[in-house]
Design a protein around this ligand. Structure first.
Ligand code: IPM
Ligand code: MG
Length: 368
């Protein structure tokens, strides 16, 4: 099979972590007899530096012409980077929101599961006896809601005032709900729809439409949960969740929370899909400008995003399994980037601290 993809290395640790994901993808393609072609494009701060805007039409066109996009991360330190002197619509993040919208990537899948190899670095998720286990996936609506509503800031009667608009229509809700139910059918047949229906009109519409969709999936159970309660339940008993379906802003917040209960935000991949098999694959974490260029970033979330690409855009389940198994094996062999080292750990625990590129190589070797 020919895998023709675009790559957006982006800013901060983006170039380091995408280099490792490419390394692993190349290895897995070689092993299984596929041809991989990757074209790099600019987006985010590096695009501002080069072209004055975070996202160019050319980047959109190149991405559109491929079957999938691998992305690192975009953005810099908001306190020190000149990118943040620009008006909000010209900053790096606007590039990410722009490409999600331009490519129609309305369904954002963010799996969170506990790697038992890492349970020591996450006592919260592992439970008091270290025997707890969870495996959930957040399906976040990605091209609507507060992120894309009308917004403004102005002074009214001498008072500075800002407005963001939270808007959803039934079609936007229905299509992402279908994605969630389809995924649940292949997992443990449970959807938890998260909203704030005790306050918001958009949430009441959300609930109504999700229940209509559920009628087409008699073998999948549906529960509603208020978002504040969900934030609590994720910490209390994450194992109760299978598929968590929610709107854009709630999903942004809950997915960061879900990532932390797995031990490190450096572990979690994500896929953003449109109605076909086209997808953009990126780690759930950001550009970590504080450690950019030091070679110590954790590339695993990006490597696992590559595995999601193999699975969702190319239907290569065996290859995706091979990458995921190699990650697990690398962890159980004791290799850890800095973020995964438990405090005060030493050789006694059999753990070896490795740099970003070494982690990529260790995973590649195990794919082989
Ligand atoms: C994410 C990020 C983005 C978002 C930012 C960088 C705009 O936090 O992908 O979760 O809010 O969607
Ligand atoms: Mg976020």
């Amino acid at each position: 099979m020919n895998l023709n993809i675009a790559c957006i290395p982006g800013d901060g640790i983006g170039p380091e972590i995408t280099a490792e994901a490419k390394k692993v993808l190349e290895t897995v393609c070689e092993k299984y007899g596929h041809t991989l072609t990757i074209e790099d494009v600019l987006m985010g701060g590096c695009s501002i530096d080069r072209y004055g805007v975070p996202l160019t039409q050319e980047t959109i066109d190149v991405c559109r012409s491929k079957s999938a996009v691998l992305m690192g991360s975009i953005g810099g330190d908001a306190k020190t980077s000149p990118w943040y002197q620009l008006e909000p619509s010209k900053r790096p993040e606007a590039g990410l929101l722009g490409i999600r919208k331009a490519l129609g990537l309305y369904a954002n899948l963010r799996p969170a599961y506990l790697f038992h190899e890492l349970a020591a670095s996450c006592p919260l998720a592992a439970g008091e006896n270290g025997d707890r286990s969870f495996d959930l996936i957040i399906v976040r609506e990605l091209t609507g809601g507060l992120y894309f509503g009308e917004r403004w800031t102005k002074t009214i009667d001498g008072v500075e005032t800002a407005v963001d608009t939270l808007r959803y229509n039934e079609n936007e809700i229905r299509r992402v709900a279908r994605t969630a139910f389809e995924i649940a059918k292949k997992r443990r047949h449970r959807v938890t729809s998260v909203d704030k229906a005790n306050v918001l009109d958009t949430s009441r519409l959300w609930r109504k439409v999700v229940h209509e969709v559920a009628a087409d999936y008699p073998d999948v159970s549906l529960d509603d949960m208020l978002v504040d309660n969900c934030a609590m339940q994720l910490v209390r008993t994450p194992e109760q969740f299978d598929v968590v379906l929610t709107e854009n802003m709630f999903g942004d917040i809950l997915s960061d929370e879900a990532s932390m209960i797995t031990g490190s935000i450096g572990m979690l991949p994500s896929a953003s899909l449109n109605e076909s098999s086209f997808g953009l694959y990126e780690p759930s974490h950001g550009s970590a400008p504080d450690i950019a260029g030091l070679g110590i970033a954790n590339p695993i979330a990006t490597v696992l995003s590559g595995a999601m690409m193999l699975r969702y855009s190319f239907g290569l389940a065996k290859e995706a399994d091979a990458v995921e198994a190699a990650v697990r094996q690398t962890l159980s062999d004791g290799y850890r980037t800095a973020d995964l080292m438990p405090k005060d750990a030493g050789p006694a625990e059999g753990l070896v601290r490795v740099a970003c590129s070494e982690m990529g190589s260790k995973i590649s070797e195990r794919v082989q």
